[in-house]
Design a protein around this ligand. Sequence first.
Ligand code: G6Q
Length: 534
Amino acid sequence: MNLDTFPAYATLTSLGTSPEDLSAPGTLTPERIASYVCRTGEFDLLYGTERINDQVLEGLQALANEMNLTEQLNAMKLGAVMNTIAGCESENRRVLHTSCRDVFHTSPEAPDATQENKDELAKLQVFLEELQNGKLVNHAGKPFTTMVQIGIGGSDLGPRAIANALAAYGLEQRRIHFISNIDPDDAATVLQDIDLATTLINVVSKSGTTLETLSNEELTRQEYLKQGLDPSKHFISVTGKGSPKDNPESYLRSFYMFDYIGGRFSATSMVGGVVLGFLLGFAQFMDFLHGAAEMDRNGEQKNIRENIPLLMALLGVWNRNFLHLESTAILPYSQALLRFTAHLQQCDMESNGKSISRQGKPLTYQTGPVIWGEPGTNGQHAFYQHLHQGTSTTHVEFIGFRKNQRKQDITTQDTSSQDKLCANLLAQSLALATGQTSDNPNRTFPGNKPNLILMADKLTPYTMGALLSLYETKIVYQGFIWNINSFDQEGVQLGKKLATDILDHLKKVKSDPDFSGQKDDPQGWAILKSARLV
Ligand code: G6Q
């Protein structure tokens, strides 16, 4: 059923006409800041700076109950077929990314899927041990010190973001790189800086048919051959069973990911496992999975005040559907999370950028917001002007850590750089909420800009796993609330098809300079000509 058919929707719509004004004197009291906090596991969620009050929270809880949100999540984890649009051709699959990390309990929620993932973990452990103990070495008996992951979209963004986030915990002398873009300069830039002889190339593609990945793999294989090296001694793969890449002759080792794991939800499968295991070692990769597993369980709580992913999902819906905000900035105060917002941008926007219901009918309310962001404090010197004084309001999710990852820091003016980082995060949250009055209109800050803060002690493998699960679950919950299928991505197909047509013109022009696509494809041909590519 659609969101706007539930009784709580009407209540929330009415509350949305006069929400809390955070800039009004006496609103953002110390009591308010202290009471709107949800503490679970590693994370504290501070949400006193959202435009909510107890009545709104009751309305959001009612909505969660009426929509059976936690029951829907449980059904997903048990293996219900959810990747579907009723009455339409669809992927028609289970959605079981949680099974990748449900490996710590004696009775997993989807035992068959968990067993398949455990089998892959066992293969990964053996592979990593062989690399560590010198059983798996290159032709000259030297250890492999570098891994390059070739993949795109879900086979790139999550693993890359997490590898960046956890670089501080990397094993000594292990280096990793990523190649994703069809732009040949991406591969060239990575390849020019590495010693291919001591490098493993990890080709990651669930389908085994993605144009960018195939092209970059071929380019890299050519480079090996040019250097007189045998690619089959260096290339490994992560792919779906039975895909064109499921071919032991071309790969030194192969790992599987399964059809019930969507690309953008695959970071805890072997899609992330192989490269993260190489970087961090098996034990730290398991810590990462453990963090995700614990947060998965937290996401099942019915009380929204005790369930961070559900509460964040509902606050997002409050801002989107009842306060009508169009965009959410995710601003980590952690340089290690440099690529995390880009990963969430895909996970959220590809999942929830939909406009038909799970029953295939057009929706009459808004779904996923625009997701964007960069780490603070860098962003403060760039786009925060727009957040504070622009004409439209952006909902902000801050992420921060009390401690930094590495040992180095400096105390100046009696505070460390980490103190300064945290102080800036808190200050921005308050500044957005309260604003500032002034006689000078150019120095007036309207305030009343809703935001929340997610805070943890330190960004470790365990915390990173929890943070990833938190956002994945938030996104899944929002999809349930909007009654959309968050697990397909038909919207990426049309561009791929038109690119194939345009490439076909380019191919024909190369063999026949008099070729014209004008008759069969007037638009494609015209845009090619206007761009002076023919
Ligand atoms: C993610 C999408 C998409 C996918 C890439 C790569 O959810 O499905 O981003 O991950 O297109 O696909 P392959 O892994 O099949 O190469």
